[in-house]
Design a binder for this molecule. Structure first.
Ligand code: COA
Length: 334
């Protein structure tokens, strides 16, 4: 059912949190056989944040969430639903969202996690928008939070240079506000591609023969077939962006800002070319934070909001892609 048939939903506030420690490309040069030149030219990433040892995913998520609540001007007690998108939960259970509920004192909320890798935040937006739109709940807190540094093989140059830690959040509310209205969301999955991006030997599946012999892939760390992922990312993000633009009844040239997944500048450029949009319409902050998976779009949305890169009336497209494979997009009028 199109969102236009449901009650209107808007983004009432955003927040984010980035850990203090900055890990530069120059420091990575001392850890693996890589160079600042290689990383910048292939990915656009110059630095990433690394959480402190004592800092958990729910710690980062809770700070970002409280900032989003403050921005929305509502209290934790008013929250009906908390969804955390994460692939680096505090532990396998309870859900990280339960810890966030506890830390915020959001005791009236239902809280659970979504495992959709990088797409987790926009999967959460899709679910929360549908629930609010159907009148089942009022206020939802959606969060993307990751401590990816905990699942990286710091001897594998193919992956360790790409990722970082952080959290972002947004508050969704019912209402016909003129700013932040969610006009459309789409989510998608292709389980045939589970093999190209995964954390093998981290769960109940027997040891993964595809990965075990590969030198440099420590058990329980990210494995990625980079080129394959790149190819699928471009197609899936282009199609889901065009999908929500059509669902919202917009024209592509009217989109003021695309907030794409912050994985690789070359992926962002490829999507921009396919959407035929000028460079300045793409919001980019991956140079500072790398790929923070489910947190990336949420952090970027908050940064775009707080720095006025998106302003009232702007037609904004959020679009993401991740392991699964999963993808998602949203059309929001700021
Ligand atoms: N430093 C230096 N060299 C590196 C390196 C690093 N950090 N990582 C890989 N290389 C080397 C490879 O070993 C390879 O060497 P070889 O030719 O001797 O075998 C060479 O660089 C080229 O590797 P290739 O995989 O062809 O590079 P690429 O241009 O495809 O870029 C990625 C690699 C990972 C940056 C790119 O494929 C990518 O971004 N893919 C998508 C990843 C992604 O977005 N993942 C998250 C999705 S949510």
């Amino acid at each position: 059912m199109p969102l236009s048939k449901l009650n209107p939903v808007y983004i009432a506030g955003t927040g984010s949190y980035l850990p203090e420690k900055i890990l530069s490309n120059a420091e990575l040069e001392k850890m693996v056989d890589t160079s600042d030149e290689w990383i910048v030219s292939r990915t656009g990433i110059k630095a990433r944040r690394i959480a402190a040892e004592h800092e958990s995913t729910s710690d980062m998520a809770s700070i970002a969430a409280q900032r989003a609540l403050d921005d929305a001007g509502i209290t934790a007690e008013e929250v009906d639903l908390i969804i955390v998108g994460t692939i680096t939960p505090d532990m396998s259970f309870p859900a990280t969202a339960c810890y966030v509920q506890q830390k915020l004192g959001a005791h009236n909320a239902v809280a659970y996690d979504i495992s959709a890798a990088c797409s987790g935040f926009l999967y959460a937006m899709n679910i929360a928008t549908a629930q609010i739109g159907a009148g089942l709940i009022k206020n939802a807190l959606i969060i993307g939070a990751e401590k990816l540094s905990s699942i990286l093989d710091w001897t594998d140059r193919n992956t360790c240079v790409l990722f970082g830690d952080g959290a972002g959040a947004a508050v969704l509310r019912p209402g016909n506000e003129s700013t932040g209205r969610v006009h459309a969301t789409r989510i998608g999955t292709d389980g045939r591609q589970t093999g190209i991006l995964k954390v093998p030997n981290s769960g109940t599946a027997t040891l993964d023969p595809e990965v075990q012999p590969v030198e440099g892939n420590a058990t329980g760390t990210i494995y990625m077939a980079g080129r394959e992922v790149f190819r699928h990312a471009v197609t899936a993000m282009k199609e889901s962006a065009l999908g929500v633009i059509a669902d919202a009844g917009w024209k592509t040239e009217d989109v003021a800002r695309v907030i794409p997944h912050q994985a690789n500048l070359r992926i962002i450029d490829a999507i921009r070319e396919r959407l035929n949009l000028p460079k300045e319409r793409m919001f980019v902050n991956l140079d500072k934070y790398g790929n923070t998976s489910a947190a990336a779009i949420a952090i970027a949305l908050d940064e775009a909001n707080k720095t006025k890169s998106i302003v009232r009336g702007d037609k904004v497209v959020l679009v993401v892609f991740g392991a699964g494979l999963t993808w998602a997009a949203a059309a929001v009028e700021w």
